[in-house]
Design a protein around this ligand. Structure first.
Ligand SMILES: [Fe+2]
Ligand SMILES: [Fe+2]
Length: 399
């Protein structure tokens, strides 16, 4: 079922309830020791580029997986997910990279998984296979005439907020979506991370439109927080990166924790100060690249805001993140989009900063927000709405 049909069948109210079981179809009888393999999440599009896309999906047990894809619903090509000579084998989630696409290309795809009964190195048995419905996405295109995106932040596992955000998001056209940090509260079990990071709380959030993941301080907390790349693939495996689509160039920064590394709650396990410096050095070089330099508009995503009213790390010379501010200001960024404070705000440029600081709301339904971005060659427009669709703030800037 494609998205149009899915929406038609489900209707607005039925969308959320119907979303979960709708994407998995079993294509073989349930027999053998590995019977019952299921997808536990909708497909999740990650690490988008002009010629590639990663499809990730949760599975209920030990399995391998692959993606069938093509320019039409006939598909016809195969992405094997091979890394270092080995095809995928995992019991929680798979990430399969599709490469060799064209910029702005529509690509249809379906994910397959096959149960694997790994008895020993010489006795590996294949079981049933399951496949998703066919979905499609479009690759990034630096020559696109416009870029549209939607931002969520600080959902903190709030099921009501996630469901209502999805209701607001589903009808909005988006070339990509951004999860601007604090998807979760803490990461204690990798099984839960599948549901949170791939499943978007059971919402088909990134099935046809890729996700740009921005790590929040809560995403970096908990004993299994280091497993995050297993569930959210980012360029080069780094939580800071840049991208380009049409007139928009973006930078994602990882603003780390909200307390100093020396704070006793981290027991000495945080090393964010060095990480901020690493990102500053990277940013200085990255901003020289044509995809950023030549874009009509530049926007940064950072979970923790650079500014909150007249305060913020950007103005603290002792904080290495203040260097990010200096670099973005020099590179004429139009806006920094953040979350973290759980109170929405929109600070236009002023004498402290030549860019707007936009901050999305918090996890409770009454505080949650959705930020919609529309970027053309002439204008960048950011509109923040609440869960009833009421406009809370808007920021527009001409080229
Ligand atoms: Fe938060
Ligand atoms: Fe936060």
């Amino acid at each position: 079922m494609n998205r149009r049909n899915f929406l038609k069948h489900a209707g607005a109210g039925g969308l959320l309830a119907a979303a979960w079981p709708a994407f998995a179809q079993s294509s073989a009888p349930e027999t053998g020791p590995s019977a019952g393999l299921k997808f536990t999440t909708p497909p999740s599009l990650q690490n988008p580029g002009a010629t590639a896309m990663t499809v990730a999906i949760g599975v209920s047990g030990p399995s391998t997986a692959w993606v069938e894809y093509g320019e039409t619903e006939q598909l016809g090509r195969l992405a094997s997910g091979t890394r270092h000579g080995l095809k995928p084998y995992d019991s929680l989630a798979h990430q399969i990279r599709i490469e060799g696409l064209r910029p702005g290309q529509r690509c249809f795809y379906r994910v397959h998984a096959c149960a694997i009964d790994f008895r020993n190195a010489y006795d590996i048995r294949r079981g049933e296979t399951v496949a998703t419905d066919i979905f499609s996405f479009r690759t990034f295109d630096p020559n696109a005439t416009e870029a549209r995106f939607v931002v969520w932040n600080d959902t903190h596992e709030n099921a009501t907020t996630l469901a209502r955000l999805m209701e607001q998001t589903a009808p909005l056209p988006a070339d990509f979506r951004v999860w601007n940090g604090d998807v979760t509260n803490d990461n204690y079990r990798e099984e839960r991370m599948v549901a949170h990071y791939l499943g978007a709380g059971n919402q088909p959030f990134t099935r046809e439109s890729p996700l740009l993941f921005v790590r929040g301080n809560h995403d970096a907390r908990g004993p299994v927080a280091r497993a995050l790349p297993r569930f959210q693939e980012t360029p080069g495996g780094l939580s800071y990166y840049s991208f380009r689509h049409g007139p928009l160039a973006g930078v994602v920064l990882d603003s780390g924790e909200d307390k100093p590394d020396s704070h006793p709650v981290y027991a000495g396990l945080g090393d964010f100060t060095a990480f901020y410096r690493e990102q500053a050095a990277w940013l200085e070089q990255e901003l020289k690249k044509p995809h950023l330099r030549k874009a009509r508009f530049r926007v940064a995503f950072s979970h923790i805001p650079f500014w909150w009213q007249d305060r913020g790390f950007a103005g603290d010379a002792d904080d290495p993140r203040s260097e990010w501010h200096r670099l973005l200001a020099k590179a004429k960024f139009a806006a920094v989009i953040s979350g973290h404070t759980h109170r929405h705000a929109c600070f236009p440029p002023d004498e402290m900063k030549p860019y707007a600081q936009i901050i999305g709301g918090g996890p409770r339904p009454e505080a949650a927000t959705l930020i919609q971005g529309v970027v053309t060659a002439k204008e960048l427009s950011l509109t923040m709405t609440d869960l009833a669709g009421r406009e809370l703030a808007a920021w527009r800037v001409k080229a």
